[in-house]
Design a protein around this ligand. Sequence first.
Ligand code: PMT
Length: 398
Amino acid sequence: MKRVILGITGGIAAYKAAEVVRGLCTRGIEVHVLMTEAATRFITPLTMQTLSGNPVVVDMFAEPRVWNVQHVAYAKRADLVLVAPATASFIGRLAAGIADDMVCATILATTAPVLIAPAMNSQMYRHPAVQANLVRLRKMGYHLIAPDVGELACGDRGEGRLADVSQIIDQVLGHLQRKADLAGKRILVTAGPTREFIDPVRFISNPSSGKMGYALAAAARDRGAQVVLVSGPTAQVPPPGVEVIQVTTTAEMLAAVLEHFPQMDVVIKAAAVVDYRPQTTAEHKMKKGSEKYVLTLERNPDILKMLGGRKGDKILVGFAAETQDLIENAREKIRAKNLDLIVANDVGQRGAGFGTDTNIASIVHRDGTIRELPLCSKLELAHHILDEVVALTGGEKD
Ligand code: PMT
């Protein structure tokens, strides 16, 4: 069982730490809570003790209730330390190396990864002193979970709201799952939509946001793979440490994928590729003419099917976005495209498919076995898919 030490510091967002504890505990993680004195003004240690099922430490000098020399004991036993919410003054103390509370002292004494989720008023967040301290923390190797933009407790709107609890939990899980079980593997992921232009200002496309593919790229990187991400146009921020190739049309995606395919061990095609393109693209913006306009389309190449034809010992993973006959259609695609796995997502369901932060999918194997997964974040789904990939490469599945 993984053990997370959660540090809570004194801001109004401290009440959300209760949800963080619950979210982690329901995923089978052992949580120990440390609170600053100021945090106890916003939420009680009793609440956190009840939710985590473990004693809460506030006073560094109190008689140890769990392990001796408390801050060192927590620091040594942590698989990960999370601070949520992290106030401006806590960030300042940590950046300066001041260990006068249990949270700072534990962090200074740990070698575990440390995730910090700031939350404060937006003016405070933008203050040069706070920004400089955040830069220092990042340079020291701490991982920051950027705050959201939105309505703040003080009535202002802006940057500084504690990141969404589901995001915080995803980041924790992502770090805990870093197992390097894909070290030495080269993985190509495609993400986002393609676009096929009718004229310079109009195109055919679909609502793919790229979230699924970017989550896969980040998860594969975290597990030690060398990742190439071929991405259609999206608003996603490229994951650091991943080689990103931006493309627009299906032809460009095909060219990028074929160029890198020979060097890859695994290809995962999460992109929503446009199947048809206009037979001709007008050179200039088309003017309105008659009441009806008939557009003639022609088939785009099926990139995944082409890879299936030259598969060799590479692992090929496809996605199937379906609104009916999910499993039958997915099985047919495995056969037609010569795949090892297909991730079948029922895009008609709430919380699944295009644009959402979550997905509902079944992983279908070539031999017909199916692993049905519940609604989960796209990052969690990415890790489930990679677990199957690891098993196919001869590694251990969780
Ligand atoms: O990007 P998000 O907003 O996060 O949404 C995620 C998603 C819904 C786009 C993703 O989960 C998904 O289902 N992607 C595949 C969508 C799709 O195009 O499905 P398909 O059934 O049409 O294609 C089957 C497979 O063949 C896919 O792996 C696709 O990448 C590939 N394909 C399809 C057509 C084509 N011309 N070339 C291809 O390579």
